[in-house]
Write a protein that binds this ligand. Structure first.
Ligand code: DHE
Length: 519
């Protein structure tokens, strides 16, 4: 997670010029001449990505400079190394890491105007144009060249590959019957794709800097979480505007970035994690929900009108601390959130609407990657840790830590399947062990195998086939691969080339909210 410090620069552009330069380079003029046609005169992005400090927070200045000089392979970004001198390049790089003089706006009108319809769903057949088990398909996000692949999970073959928006992030989300998949890009583009017809249907830009999206379990509402602007956007299934919610605290004084939004299917609601305000929001998409003053039973202070529970309106749960990484119990009545400093966890009950337990969680657990299984008659949750080499296993009834399983290094993702005795995890945050997957026996809670097919190359993110027979791992390199393992013998059975395949998602496992996968 990153802290963003916004410095308002009111000085002339000459300040951005490299010290090496004799004559100051005018960054604004250079930008208008060389960059604006693709990245937008306002730097909000167009064909190319947005060039604003928030959007660039994951890219070091040195790397950005490299892109300006050499261009970016597999994209339309040309090399400017020959056309511009060092001072001009330095000036441009400095400029894009500074906020714009006027804060960028992206409101309802702009969102509505950005919508693009690529195909009329009414004219497309409601039948797949290929022969496969439609619930055993995988959607693979290939970040190396911004493409998406669709795999047949029975034949373990690629059916189709198509270009995506720049820098998709988070899991794609599916309509309940599995025909449509929705993607969010870090630049705010939401894309709806018809898997059965292998065609893009519609797109809309819901924000400038977006975190993720969620699709309601009835398939009717798409919720988008934004860092910039501070908003939660609700769209219908065709990406038409329903409403934009400005996200502020109860008093309307402090606005907040939205860290993520999740579909809490059993509750027919979305749950949103806020980054700057100590509240969790729940937004019901159940049209039969009545306006009941929530908290009547537990806490009388929530009787005011602003806290009415209602269709597509936020219901707030106040917290002691900001929580922005969540794990939900299978029925979604409770969530564990990690505090900003990451060392403490809190359990929040969404009906009681308050914290019900504190957890001592050293090592910064990546709760969003948590999975559950049955262990000795209890349900346990396990998640990797972003700072320490360990898997934390917690009893979700009394929230006690059952075990900390030592691993080779800090990890990001964890996966299992109802039909598998193993849970798989990576150590991708470790410089020395990022090439090794570890396999944990869910009964003994011991590491039983280590897989290191390509020493020195990052191996991470697992997804199982619908039946749990195969596990697919990402060789997370530009000329990477999907490595398919037999989930019982742990032997490699096949490899498919892929361009930095950051994540893969099995339709059945995601739509049925398998306990072995994050939701
Ligand atoms: Fe992610 C999911 C947040 C950095 C790859 N990541 C998510 C989700 C959140 C999140 C809230 C759940 C959303 C969902 O699935 O709907 N990620 C964050 C961060 O806060 C963080 C640490 C910093 C940031 O700048 O955003 C971060 N994430 C990364 C990466 O650097 C990764 C490894 C590479 C990338 O492409 O950006 C990355 N995040 C992923 C992936 C998922 C994800 C592959 C989906 C996981 C899944 O299997 O469901």
């Amino acid at each position: 997670m990153h802290t963003l410090i916004h410095v308002i620069i009111l000085l002339g552009v000459s300040l951005f010029v490299s010290h090496a330069s004799a004559a100051p380079a005018d960054a604004t003029a250079l930008f208008a001449q060389h960059c604006a046609s693709c990245h937008g005169a306002d730097r909000l992005g167009a064909m190319g990505p947005a060039l604003l400090p928030d959007n660039l927070s994951r890219l070091r200045k040195k790397a950005a400079r490299e892109v300006v000089v050499n261009g970016r392979a597999a994209t339309q970004m040309p090399a400017f190394g020959a056309a511009l001198d060092d001072a001009q390049i330095d000036a441009l790089v400095a400029m894009i890491y500074q906020p714009t003089l006027t804060p960028p706006k992206w409101d309802v009108e702009q969102i509505v105007a950005s919508r693009i319809v690529h195909a009329d769903v009414a004219t497309l057949p409601a039948k797949a144009k290929f022969d496969a088990d439609l619930m055993n398909l995988f959607i693979v996000v290939e970040a190396g060249d911004h493409h998406v692949s669709i795999l047949d999970g029975d034949k373990l073959e690629r059916i189709h590959r198509f270009p995506s928006r720049f820098a998709l992030h988070g899991g794609p989300k599916f309509s309940p019957e599995g025909r449509f998949v929705y993607f969010a890009s870090r630049d705010g583009w939401v894309s709806k794709y018809d898997i059965w017809n292998l065609t893009l249907v519609a797109e809309v830009r819901a924000g400038i800097n977006t975190r993720n999206l969620a699709v309601s379990s009835d398939g009717k509402v798409v919720a988008v979480a934004n860092y910039l602007p501070h908003s939660l956007v609700l769209l219908d299934s065709d990406l038409n505007m329903i409403k934009v919610m400005d996200v502020t605290d109860k008093a309307g004084k402090t606005s907040s970035r939205v860290s993520a939004v999740y579909d809490a299917a059993p509750r027919k609601s979305f749950v949103a994690a806020l980054k700057d305000v100590p509240e969790v929001w729940e937004i019901s998409y159940d049209p039969t929900v009545e306006d009941i003053p929530v908290g009547l039973i537990h806490d009388f202070k929530y009787k005011e009108g602003a806290f009415l529970r209602g269709y597509l309106n936020p219901r707030r749960t106040p917290l002691d601390d900001i929580l922005d990484d969540f794990f939900f119990t299978q029925d979604y009545s409770e969530l564990i959130g990690a505090t900003r400093v990451g060392k403490k966890g809190q359990v929040v009950h969404l009906d009681v609407r308050k914290k019900i337990a504190d957890l001592d969680l050293g090592g910064m657990p990546h709760l969003g990657s948590g999975i559950t299984w049955e262990w000795q008659g209890r349900t346990v949750m396990a998640s990797p840790n972003l700072e320490d080499g360990k898997i934390t296993v917690i009893d979700v009834k009394d929230w006690s830590v059952v075990k900390e399983i030592k691993t080779l290094g800090p990890g990001f993702f964890m996966r299992s399947h109802e039909n598998s005795r193993y849970a798989w995890t990576d150590s991708m945050m470790s410089p020395t062990a990022r090439d090794t997957l570890q396999v944990i026996d869910k009964e003994t809670l011991e590491v039983v195998a280590q897989l290191k097919p390509e020493p020195g190359k990052t191996l991470a993110h697992i997804e199982f086939t619908r039946d749990g027979r195969y596990a697919i791992a990402s060789l997370w390199e530009d000329d990477g691969a999907l490595i398919i393992y037999d989930a019982v013998t742990l032997k490699e059975v096949k490899r498919l080339p892929a361009r930095r395949p950051v994540g893969k998602y099995n339709l059945h496992n995601k739509i049925t909210r398998s306990s072995g996968t994050s939701h």
